[in-house]
Write a protein that binds this ligand. Structure first.
Ligand code: C5P
Length: 218
């Protein structure tokens, strides 16, 4: 079984995907990691983030183990990593270089310890539209920019990252705008996706809703 969860930053994709993976014993692929890995390599190498040739070179060479190694860097999950990912992910050659790696995971899904799983949950921006167009269930989750910025700000504060709600909100709006307006795989729901607005829903309610959709597939 393949489930895709797409949507803008901090809509709750990761929390939902993690809970589904655990409940249905599925492997989990957070596809934002591939773009964060390329973006971070650009930042660490001092390259101009708009340098398409350099970004494509990093994308072509990226391997799963290298991506996992980069994910331990302090800026991988920070706004620096997020903004860099968003810039390089708008480059069509970067997206096509990273597509096979993402699609192969659905053919051979594995848990973090390398054992085989019977399916996978993907989270990202284009997993239902481009990466896994034949997924069994496609969810698109969203929430207002203010609610998402508050969630992200609380996450950063809990980690001791020094920022303000206003900064998080403006960075998020900038990233949403870039992700939705780019020509290559813009952020949008697949035609057959179920759209859920999580602005006034807790994770339990969202999970219950999605579980009922999954159970109806059986
Ligand atoms: O989900 P996350 O915040 O880690 O994603 C970082 C960036 O990577 C997004 O803002 C988006 O630009 C890009 N991305 C993408 N396609 C995906 C996943 C992430 O373009 N499937």
């Amino acid at each position: 079984m393949i489930i895709t969860i797409d949507g803008p930053a901090a809509a709750g994709k990761g929390t939902l995907a993690g809970a589904l993976a655990e409940k249905y014993k599925l492997a989990y692929f957070d596809t934002g990691m591939v773009y964060r890995a390329v973006g971070l390599q650009m930042v660490l190498s001092g390259a101009d983030l708009q340098d398409q040739t350099k970004a494509t070179e990093f994308a072509k060479k990226l391997t799963f183990p290298e991506m996992m190694k980069l994910s331990a860097h302090k800026d991988f999950r920070s706004d620096i990593g997020g903004q860099a990912a968003s810039i390089v992910s708008a480059i069509p050659d970067v997206r096509s270089a990273l597509l096979t790696m993402q699609q192969n995971f659905a053919l051979n899904p594995v848990f973090a310890d390398g054992t085989k799983a019977n399916g996978a949950v993907y989270d990202g921006r284009d997993t239902g539209t481009v990466v896994c167009p034949d997924a069994d269930l496609k969810i698109f989750i969203t929430a207002s920019s203010e609610v998402r910025a508050k969630r992200r700000f609380d996450e950063f504060s809990a980690k001791g990252i020094n920022t303000t709600y206003e900064k998080v909100l403006s960075d998020m709006k900038e990233r949403d705008e870039r992700d939705s307006k780019r020509s290559a795989a813009p952020l949008k729901p697949a035609d057959d996706a179920v759209i859920i607005d999580t602005s006034s829903l807790g994770i339990k309610e969202v999970l219950a809703k999605v579980c009922s959709l999954i159970d109806a597939l059986k």
